[in-house]
Design a protein around this ligand. Structure first.
Ligand SMILES: Nc1nc2c(ncn2[C@@H]2O[C@H](COP(=O)(O)OP(=O)(O)O)[C@@H](O)[C@H]2O)c(=O)[nH]1
Ligand SMILES: [Mg+2]
Length: 344
């Protein structure tokens, strides 16, 4: 990282909207180095009071569903309406030099070219907990920097959708219609967390297929819903390429948000998310401390060897590692007393 600057100064620059400092602040919260974590906590402590005033939208869909194209087209429209749009990503399999990010950059070239948008690829790392933590914290930073729409993109595979749904207000699923296989690539789990569903690529000869798929999916949602009074997601069609249906999809997002606000559900959703974040953070810190502990790492080599040689049971091996960790705990960064809370 570049020369360190005092955290308070970094916070001021982020508040003023300096893109370079925002990028630096995000790099700081992405780091798992103990000294960086301590600075990140301080920075987030300073900026959290200014965060939270954005529309937080999660977008998921299988690779090729059109997420990047959609975000580019929607983002441009929103900027025309006066919004400032930040795009973050959660993709635990990504690497910073990966081709998919380059591809996304070209598909989001309109957004990448304007200062009213800020695009940040997924933090690298294949541990979902760490990637999700960095993205949640980055969301606070972009909000403090004045972005009032935050889009969190995730690939529709694995557990990452759940992690993203736990950090946004509204979760949009982009799906595709395929003749004979209308529910292509859609798992039931994701239908349960989707607040809005849009069948993308409803253009040219695919318009009719998309409409049929939307209607079928709407019926399917009724059937799988266990609570007849629960809100069911709107199912719409759109084209990220022609722009058809994009205003309707955005309206559905705003309607979902208004529905939450109306029932005080937005505050409830966000406080519930804080509770989830609490436990995610504890789990994440425990696990990364455990993996990072020198005595644990040294012993792990021996323990694994013992198990492979059938000289040691897995249960005894786990006990040995946990004991080694317990001895190391007083040395860990989070074993130090918490810093004083401002105003607390
Ligand atoms: N016809 C059509 N093609 C689209 C649409 N949206 C995306 N595509 C194309 O689908 C491919 C994958 O799009 P991309 O945005 O990279 O999908 P992602 O993997 O979900 O981010 C690209 O070739 C896009 O040009 C759409 O609405 N209509
Ligand atoms: Mg993409």
């Amino acid at each position: 990282m570049a020369r360190a600057i005092p955290v308070a100064e970094l916070a001021d620059r982020v508040r003023e909207g300096s893109r370079a400092h925002l990028a630096r602040a995000i790099t700081l919260v992405e780091s798992s180095r103990p000294d960086h974590r301590a600075q990140a906590r301080e920075l987030l402590g300073l900026l959290t009071p200014e965060a939270g005033n954005s529309i937080r939208l999660g977008i998921s869909g299988v690779p090729g569903a059109g997420k990047s194209t959609f975000i580019n087209a929607l983002g441009v429209r929103l900027i025309e309406q006066g919004h400032r749009v930040a795009v973050l990503a959660v993709d635990p399999s990504s690497s910073r030099t990966g081709g998919s990010i380059l591809g996304d950059r070209t598909r989001m070239s309109d957004l990448a070219a304007t200062t009213d948008a800020f695009i940040r690829p997924s933090p690298s790392g294949n541990h979902l907990g760490g990637v999700a933590r960095a993205t949640r914290e980055s969301m606070i930073l972009v909000e403090a920097a004045g972005f009032d729409v935050v889009i969190v993109e995730t690939v529709g595979v694995g557990q990452s959708e759940v992690a993203v749904s736990e950090m946004v207000d509204t979760f949009l699923l982009l799906a595709l219609a395929r003749a004979g296989d209308q529910l292509q690539g859609i798992k039931r789990g994701i239908l349960e967390i989707a607040d809005v569903i849009a069948i993308n690529k409803a253009d040219g000869e695919h318009v009719a297929d998309a409409r049929v798929a939307a209607r079928d999916m709407s019926i399917a949602m009724k059937l799988i819903s266990s609570d007849a009074h629960a809100r069911r997601p709107d199912v719409l069609t759109c084209s990220a390429v022609t722009g058809d249906g994009l205003p309707e999809v955005w309206n559905a997002v705003l309607e979902h948000r208004a529905y939450l606000e109306d029932k005080h559900g937005l505050a409830a959703r966000r406080t519930q998310q804080q509770v989830q974040w609490l436990w995610a953070m504890v789990q994440n810190e425990l696990w990364s401390s455990f993996r990072g502990s020198r005595p644990v790492r040294d012993l792990a080599v021996e323990v694994e060897h013992g198990i492979r040689a059938q000289e040691l049971s897995a249960m005894d091996g786990a006990q040995q590692l946990l004991y080694a960790f317990a001895q190391d705990v007083p040395n860990l960064a989070w074993a130090q007393p918490p810093a004083e809370q401002p105003g607390g």
